[in-house]
Design a protein around this ligand. Sequence first.
Ligand code: BES
Ligand code: ZN
Ligand code: ZN
Length: 486
Amino acid sequence: MPAKIFHMNLKIKSSKNINEKASLVTIVSSKTNLPDDFKSLSKDYIKTNFSAQKPLIKNELENINVLALAENKDDFKKLEGLRVNGYLTCKAANNSKIKSIQITGENASEVLAFTEGLILANYQFNKYFSDKKDNSLSEISVVCASVSKKDIEELTNVSEAVYHARTLVNEPQHFLTATQLSEEIKSLSKEAGFTVEVFTKKKIETLKMGGLLAVNKGSVEPPTFNILEYKPKNPSNKKPIVLVGKGVVYDTGGLSLKPTAGSMDFMKSDMGGSAAVIGALYATAKNKLDVWVVGLIPATDNRPSGAAYAPGDVITMYNGKTVEVLNTDAEGRMILADALTYAIKYNPELVIDLATLTGMAARTVGHHATVSMGTADKETHESLKESGFAVYERLAEMPFFDEYFDMLKSDIADVKNIGGMNAGAITAGKFLEMFTKNEKGEHAYPWIHLDIAGPAFLTIEDAYRGKNGSGVGVRLLYNFIKKYAK
Ligand code: BES
Ligand code: ZN
Ligand code: ZN
């Protein structure tokens, strides 16, 4: 059953004048010259309670009156501080049951950053509560002459894309099977204006996508392979940017069953890479960027059963290479490999894959960064890192020496699917690299691999990124894709 699983809970508009009777946020650039309302506060109070990370929030009769400070010299940090201010204001507004809030300031990027933090903080996933307790905040008015209607539309669309990505991650596997994920992609594609083609099991078998089929063997649910495409009339890029997302809707580990108590609790989030790709296509299409983007999403769950693939099996992949499976829990790379091979036929400008690929990536950088590596040139990788700072979804680049590849040598097949104790995030990347090569063994396209295992799912609230599915990757990809626009 197709279902549109989410509607944005906020209306965002621009207005020319401040309504004196409604709640108001004012962004100021220094602590001197505060608006009249705040002049009664003592200097000491302001000194200890007001900073770039902490807004002054005054509760009035039915409203709140907020001052946010945009003071940091580092632009990235300044904007991030304002997003966090937006998050703190969102909390205060909902606690005070406020429905509508106005945001004003001189500088467009500051006003937009604050608004972004506020919107993203207001996200809720209430579907499964009997008592929904929806946030009161349902309207934001931006009062800033230098913010255009188009700016607001763009921010709304990108935020909505993040909401969708979060919801997809938050949906449990009993609802979000591979087939249901495809249904959700179809419904989002109609809403945003991109196309989707879904390969079902038969077609996947005909194509001999051995990696995806192997992981799916233990499942009662069929796999899907999803091709999302946004191709504007006159794209600024002649060759598409291809985004590949890991769509493991649930990862039990398979026969190499995940060991410790609790380790499966959040494995519904193992499709976080696919959620980022879906969100990026949604935002790109809805904002009508003139950039040609393709998304490839192999989807399945990973389970043990009598039919499941087993350690010791040798799998022939979509590109004909053979893989000795020594751990069925290293399933993400098996399905991504086939998608990376499939990407070759698009002759891509660049391929970026996103995956909750390794526990090692999460252990290395925690939830504050995405692990990155790849074969793209330095300039491209740096540009993606810049985007990471701009949206505060930062990258930590790993070494990617060819020697790491030696750790994947198998006694009986072309390669094995695990690399050993050390450098687990890197050897996973090296495994993927094999499948970015053509028949001659040359790299078929420049490629960046993003391991989002750390930031994709948050078990403690992290400001406007929230708790649970974070939607990481959507804003990063959108910011980066926009650089290719004319
Ligand atoms: N989905 C997991 C990685 C993961 C772990 C993501 C924790 C988010 C949080 C992946 O499929 C996996 O199980 N990887 C194994 C690979 C190992 C068997 C080589 C891992 O990291 O333990
Ligand atoms: Zn796994
Ligand atoms: Zn996994």
